[in-house]
Design a protein around this ligand. Structure first.
Ligand SMILES: [Zn+2]
Length: 361
């Protein structure tokens, strides 16, 4: 009996050791770039779009983002993606290689996309507008917020002011700093400066906060409050695309790549996050690609707008780089994968998509 007990104990400790080795992630940062196409992520700037019609300085933009080689071109646009993430993480969605990521909702615009990312399920019945209405669906952030050790350790910073409704912070009390909103309470010098600057620079996006503010407000919060799940939601890429400003669309994607680089570098220098933090980066929807004008638009009636991409980087994520195998992933897998990285089994009444198995060793 005693031997059996010791054997059992050894087995259990072995199992817990395996589990501990298997999942090092204690924190997750989810990042979205609204309506950023897989075409630019995987092949960089498009020559046909760098013309006078869509950019103010064709020569300047060509110099900055153009190269004959798609590999060099994408690295000019997204240097962090195509150095650190390519070397240490995973990039899904290069359809020219047969690797596909799609949304499963049939709307192909923002609220339905974010609902799918955050709840793990499409809801075409109830989620079919971008209006400010409280999301009836429970999401993975509030699920995690209810788990032991996570309460009050979740926060979201977004440029678009619909996020308090998409996340339904009224219901779940999750901190959602969204749109033209200042940092409040016990603020530091950086936050004080951001609060002033936000009203002192021209903002062509109106109610949408410029992504630089969203990033720095979120970054200051991360450094100060150490959340275990942080969601950073950027928006400029979508707005500038709708405006037909291809130069600003590219510049925004480039800045955001720089924000992620800054974030990752800091995470690796901090004991609470180093080697324990996974980044999940994706988008809410694709954009058109047929005519020269189509890249500006998206929606359920426009072909290919369900095509998206995703990237992962973290201690449990194998260094597969650009995933070249023929494979189909879906947007509805993100929520369950995010929770699983934290050792949690997320489910809801709509049954979320399966875990992305290749996202964990
Ligand atoms: Zn849009």
């Amino acid at each position: 009996m005693k031997t059996l007990f010791i054997t059992l104990l050894l087995c259990l400790s072995f199992l817990s050791l395996v589990f501990a080795q298997k999942l090092k992630t204690e924190n997750v940062i989810l990042i979205t770039l609204d309506g950023t196409r897989w075409q630019e992520i995987f092949t960089g700037a498009e020559q046909r779009l760098i013309n006078k019609k869509f950019v103010s300085d064709s020569a300047g933009l060509t110099k900055k983002f153009w190269n004959e080689s798609p590999e060099k071109r994408r690295k000019l646009l997204m240097p962090f993606f195509w150095s650190t993430i390519k070397q240490q993480g995973q990039l899904y969605g290069n359809r020219t290689l047969g690797n596909k990521v799609n949304v499963t909702n049939n709307q192909w615009f923002s609220y339905p996309g974010y609902n799918e990312i955050l709840t793990g399920s499409a809801d075409n019945e109830r989620i079919h507008s971008n209006d400010k209405f409280d999301n009836p669906n429970k999401n993975v952030l509030e699920f995690i917020n209810q788990q032991k050790g996570f309460s009050g350790k979740i926060a979201a910073f977004s440029s678009w002011d619909v996020f308090p409704y998409i996340i339904n912070s009224k219901r779940n009390g999750i901190l959602v700093n969204s749109g033209i909103v200042e940092a409040k309470g016990d603020i530091n010098a950086n936050e004080k400066l951001l609060n002033e600057l936000m009203y002192e620079v021209p903002n062509p996006l109106g109610d949408v906060r410029l992504d630089g503010f969203t990033f720095h407000y979120g970054f200051e919060y991360l450094k100060k409050k150490n959340p275990r799940v942080l969601y950073l939601s950027f928006d400029e890429t979508d707005d500038f695309a709708h405006d037909g400003k291809y130069d600003l669309y590219l510049e925004s994607a480039h800045y955001i790549d720089g924000f992620i680089n800054k974030l990752w570098t800091w995470l690796q220098s901090n004991e609470k996050y180093k080697g324990k933090t996974t980044l999940i980066i994706t988008t809410d929807h694709g954009r058109g690609n047929k005519s020269d004008e189509d890249w500006r638009h998206h929606g359920g009636k426009m072909p290919e707008c369900d095509q998206i991409w995703m990237a992962l980087l973290g201690p449990d994520t194998q260094a597969l780089g650009e995933v070249k195998s023929e494979e189909q992933l879906y947007q509805n897998q993100i929520a369950k994968t995010l929770a699983a990285l934290l050792g949690l089994d997320y489910t809801n009444e709509h049954k979320p998509g399966d875990i992305i198995k290749s996202a964990m060793k």
